[in-house]
Write a protein that binds this ligand. Structure first.
Ligand code: GLU
Length: 377
């Protein structure tokens, strides 16, 4: 295991704010917190792409509706979230604009991230926002989905987002200092686990300790989020969001909290993920120029390099790329259906709009969704 974590080298990070951090008990959105958080994020965003996953819609909605006790009925919670999401996002907009940052509201469900077509759509929208230096503020789309309301207060959604974007770090900000070897309220010898491997057996023990007492959130869902995030090579940090310097401390190496190290190399994780996808639905025969571009130069596959298409597939399906000498050189998730590819193959990307009437993406398979299998000729 590596001994230190090089946070300052990170390029893409996901920060998750739990309801206990973003809201003041019963008083709605904590604008003092958000104002400080916005300036902390503006420091990070100088060198990194930042995505925020924020809870707090239900808490804000309950406040607005004058409901003081959290209802147990899910539809009541979903209704509160629909009211509160507006106030949540309005507060983000207000505080982030003070530090000259633009935010975007993105509402997602778990299903959006497991359906490959919607997965690609979510991914390209988020990448597009990040390229424009916009900070996406993600929450679960509580009107149509209530998994996080039931279980996790967005911990899992944040981990899925880390997988989606292959983030370097997932930072879970909570009202605890991090993970302890035992419950610090019951055991005075409990110590803060400052640096552990995601495969460390102690995590099973810690998770067990908290399962019974926790319905939503808690350390159990944080550990499962860290495990899930590690599948895409993402490291997880659990830290106390009540500490107003929590983000700047990460940048100046005086961080305190728990660092859970993923042991997976990002590329391997990606290959495994693609390998685990359903069988290939089709074949693209690509020319030598395209083979060289994707195999040796790490480029995306463009329509101009495709000679032929075989099979019937849809956007988001897995297809194989075969070189002119018959060798399978790569496979990846395709941005266009087989009939669309039939219309654009051999043509330059700037002709796609006139041939199709629209453009999904300028590449046929983006290099992030492409796994090179063999050296081509
Ligand atoms: N999506 C929910 C929210 O933003 C998650 C938090 C919760 O369950 O309280 O309020």
């Amino acid at each position: 295991m590596m001994n230190k974590f090089n946070f300052t080298k990170a390029k893409k990070i996901i920060i998750k704010l739990g309801s206990s951090i973003i809201t003041n008990d019963g008083k709605g959105i904590d604008e003092v917190f958000l104002s400080n958080f916005a300036s902390e994020i503006s420091l990070l965003a100088k060198n990194m792409q930042v995505v925020i996953v924020s809870s707090g819609a239900i808490a804000a909605g309950l406040k607005k509706l004058g409901i003081s006790r959290r209802p147990s009925e899910l539809s009541e919670l979903q209704a509160a979230a629909a009211v509160g999401q507006m106030y949540l996002i309005r507060s983000f907009e207000k505080e982030f604009s003070k530090v000259s940052m633009i935010c975007a509201q993105v509402l997602l469900t778990h299903d959006d991230l497991s359906d490959r077509k919607r997965y690609l759509n979510a991914r390209s929208t988020l990448y597009n926002l990040l390229e424009k230096n916009v900070i996406p503020i993600i929450n679960e789309n509580d009107t149509v989905s209530n998994e996080e309301i039931k279980f996790g207060d967005n911990d899992n959604l944040a981990a899925l987002t880390a997988n989606l974007l292959e983030a370097d770090y997932l930072i879970l900000l909570t009202d605890q200092d991090g993970l302890y070897s035992d419950d610090p309220r019951k055991n005075s010898n409990a110590t803060l686990l400052s640096h552990i491997s995601v495969n460390d057996k102690i995590l099973d023990e810690v998770a067990k300790e908290t399962t019974s007492s926790v319905g939503r959130g808690g350390m159990y869902t944080k550990i499962s989020a860290a495990r899930r995030a590690s599948l895409s090579g993402t490291h997880t940090i659990i830290a106390n969001g009540k500490n107003s310097k929590v983000i700047s401390n990460l940048l100046n190496d005086s961080f305190s909290g728990t660092f859970i190290q993923s042991e997976e190399r990002q590329l391997d994780a990606r290959k495994k993920w693609l390998a685990g996808q359903l069988k290939s639905k089709g074949i693209l025969i690509i020319d030598d120029g395209a083979t060289n571009a994707i195999v040796n130069l790490g480029k995306s596959l463009l329509s101009v390099g495709i000679n032929d298409v075989k099979g019937k597939f849809d956007r988001g399906d897995l297809v194989q790329c075969i070189s002119s000498s018959g060798q399978e050189v790569a496979k990846g998730l395709i941005n266009y259906s087989s009939s669309e590819v039939g219309k654009i193959l051999g043509k330059p990307s700037d002709k796609m709009e006139s041939l199709l009437g629209y453009v999904n993406e300028s590449s046929v398979i983006h290099r992030n969704n492409l796994v090179v299998l063999k050296k081509g000729k």
